[in-house]
Design a protein around this ligand. Structure first.
Ligand code: BGC
Length: 253
């Protein structure tokens, strides 16, 4: 990567966060801006907020934007935890227009894929080797799969069927809060989920991200799984950093 600075925007169910990124250090370059996600979070309303955030930084370079959705060639193909009007929306074209950019200057990607890209590039040393999966536990469960450091996009492992249920409805971090589960009870659910996943893809390493990774000491030791599991290093900013990396790489290719 030639550029030393990039820009990422991470769109979530409750907040939209953006910042300039120091691509050498893999960190935010300054204070990020967070604006509450509009309700309803329609593509147009969200694009306005993304535009406002980028304008506040006076940034005119490439921009990476994450969405909690499968993204194929800039178009959202799923909308599990976002407004259903995103389905089939051409997010790439929408943001490119709102940001007044040329084609190729705006990249839209799945939120977990972005977090994984940041983690693989700047996180644990040596975690690029073999089959590595990053799982984000939040409102849903996001996943990013890597083979020798190369992303296999849009894996959606959060929707594996476990015991007849969509996995994220049983083991997302939000479920722990909603059902008032103890760490032990929730860890048992995460164990069941990871067991199902590791029986299918036999990863060499699992990295866990999302807000709960900050409290990894409370639940990681309780997992009963065969794969090595480590907490994400970049925590909350991974989506912004990964989005900036993706956009910069695309603009330079
Ligand atoms: C979505 C994924 C997303 C994950 C985390 C899931 O419900 O299907 O696309 O990565 O939530 O936001």
């Amino acid at each position: 990567m030639g550029a030393t600075r990039g820009f990422g925007v991470d769109i979530g169910g409750s907040g939209i966060k953006g910042c300039v990124v120091d691509l050498t250090a893999g960190k935010l370059d300054g204070e990020r801006v967070r604006i509450a996600t509009p309700t309803p979070s329609t593509p147009e309303a969200v694009a306005e907020v993304v535009g406002d955030i980028v304008t506040r930084f006076d940034w005119d370079g490439p921009v990476g934007v994450t969405l909690p959705a499968v993204i194929k060639k800039g178009t959202a193909k799923t909308a599990a935890n976002i407004d259903k009007s995103w389905l089939e929306a051409d997010a790439g074209a929408l943001f490119t227009k709102r940001l007044g950019r040329d084609a190729g200057q705006v990249v839209v990607l799945n939120d977990a894929d972005a977090a994984g890209m940041a983690e693989i590039r700047y996180g644990w040393p040596g975690d690029q080797d073999g089959v590595v999966v990053l799982l984000t536990f939040g409102t849903g469960i996001g996943s990013a799969l890597f083979l020798d450091g190369k992303l296999v996009p849009n894996t959606e492992f959060g929707h594996l069927e476990i015991d007849g249920h969509d996995a994220e409805t049983r083991a997302a971090a939000s479920v722990k809060d909603e059902e008032g589960l103890s760490w032990e009870e929730w860890a048992a659910r995460v164990t069941r989920y990871i067991n199902g996943l590791e029986n299918l893809i036999w990863p060499d390493l699992i990295i866990v991200g999302g807000g709960v990774s900050k409290k990894a000491d409370k639940w990681l030791p309780m997992l009963d799984v065969r794969t090595k599991v480590v907490p994400a290093e970049l925590r909350n900013d991974a989506g912004i950093v990964g989005a900036a990396v993706a956009a910069t790489l695309a603009a330079e290719s």
